[in-house]
Design a binder for this molecule. Structure first.
Ligand SMILES: *Cc1c(COP(=O)(O)O)cnc(C)c1O
Length: 411
């Protein structure tokens, strides 16, 4: 147990006592050996309820109903769950969200569909600080379609600004791909203003919401977003390899044809027809058989998020990141740690990046102690604060261990 200043212990206790969402923590599996989990933005904790759901699914929907479950529920489930995700998390009316594939595959499908729907436009705009998969997919599609990538190089401690986007787009731009919350710095891009700037150039925008969904409020319909993708295993606690989601604004669906023309996205999958004919609406963005088992935990988390409400979740997220920065300033800054995330909570998602040259060793030591943040190459500790499962006491304890390890390493 690290030595912690009494006033910080008091603050953590008070914040936990006053937290209207504190009781939600008990809904998660909380094993004894884990003292603090600050990586809910890489893999969210499972819900206790999910254990029962998976068990009864095997016995009943799969075990007893067998193939009949496809007709009874499973065929529609990627769209039904998508609608719930749209309503609870994305600010999207029904019929625009589907749960399928991995983020990487969904991103490929939507980006390719978008560039193919923009004939005569020869450029894709993306940024060098985006997550690797996003950058690789942009490069791959550009090579496939003979397009040029116009790379924005944002400030790594912040993120892409509307001015940078305005300077990059033109009548040659087909699509702009950006992350809403930067996976390293946690910078929140100005989604409404950037979306408007892209539209002024006559281009489409595709937002990656991996670090936003379930942590930051979204209003995709109201903001006029064209396309979006995101993970369900981060703040949506869908579990390892849980499927991604894709959003396509209704006005675009008829114009977009995605490249992985599989039977499950066909207008009549069971007609086993001769040629591919895409289904109407969001079903056309499905390719193969949907991963039903992988959607079970997500269902439980969406029910919980719906109960808590995104405004309350975002409010707690802001308090958590504020507290993390305050504690880091007091306990860790004297040891040379710097905060590499925005200070303005408006521009900050639900994680905080702390940097120090010894962070690789510190994080390795933390994992051995059951204190689990993420290490981000080359010198970052990323503290992911999952609002429904993280307590303020947990944050303070974790940073106390960071200070202890920094002291050990430097002596
Ligand atoms: C986590 C993450 C991904 C992950 O993609 P997968 O296909 O699920 O592995 C992609 N993009 C961003 C921005 C991410 O944060």
């Amino acid at each position: 147990m690290p030595d912690l200043p009494a006033h910080l212990l008091d603050q953590a206790r008070r914040l936990d006592a006053e937290d209207p969402l504190a009781s939600y923590r008990d809904a998660f599996v909380l094993p004894d050996g884990v003292l603090a989990y600050l990586d809910g933005n890489s893999l969210g904790r499972p819900l206790v309820r999910t254990r029962d759901r998976v068990g009864s699914f095997v016995a009943e929907e799969w075990g007893a109903r067998l193939i009949r479950s496809w007709d009874e529920r499973w065929m529609e489930h990627p769209l039904v769950l998508g609608d719930q995700l749209g309503r609870v998390v994305l600010g999207a009316a029904p019929g625009q969200t589907v749960v399928a594939d991995s983020t990487t595959v969904m991103l490929y499908k939507l980006l390719r569909a978008a560039v193919d729907a923009s004939p005569g436009r020869t450029e894709v705009v993306a940024d060098t600080e985006n997550f690797p998969t996003d950058r690789y997919i942009v490069d791959a599609i550009a090579a496939e379609r003979g397009l040029t990538v116009r790379w924005i190089e944002p400030d790594p401690a912040a993120g892409v600004t509307v001015e940078e986007v305005r300077a990059a787009v033109s009548s040659s731009t087909a699509v702009v791909l950006l992350s809403h919350v930067a996976y390293k710095s946690a910078y929140v891009a100005d989604l409404p203003a950037i979306t408007a700037a892209v539209h002024e150039a006559g281009a489409l925008v595709l937002w990656d919401l991996c670090h936003s969904a379930g942590a930051v409020e979204l209003a995709l319909d109201a903001d006029g977003v064209d396309l979006a993708v995101g993970c369900s295993y981060k703040y949506l606690n869908g579990g390892p390899g849980a499927p991604a989601f894709g959003y396509v604004a209704e006005r675009l669906q008829g114009r977009l044809v995605q490249p992985i023309a599989g039977w499950m996205g066909h207008a009549e999958p069971f007609a086993m027809g001769g040629a591919y004919e895409p289904a109407a609406g969001m079903r056309r963005f499905i390719s193969g058989t949907p991963p039903i088992v992988g959607m079970l935990p997500l269902q439980d988390m969406l029910d919980l998020v719906e109960k808590a409400g995104m405004p309350a979740i975002r409010a707690k997220s802001v308090l958590l990141t504020d507290f993390t920065i305050r504690v880091a300033e007091e306990l860790l800054a004297p040891h040379g740690v710097t905060v590499a995330s925005p200070r303005d909570p408006e521009c900050r998602g639900s994680h905080v990046l702390l940097e120090h040259d010894a962070m690789r060793d510190v994080v390795a030591g933390l994992w051995e102690r059951g204190v689990i943040p993420d290490f981000r190459h080359p010198r970052g500790l990323r503290a992911g604060l999952s609002p429904l499962s993280t307590s303020f006491g947990e944050v303070l304890l974790a940073l106390g261990h960071v200070r202890e390890l920094l002291t050990e390493i430097s002596t």
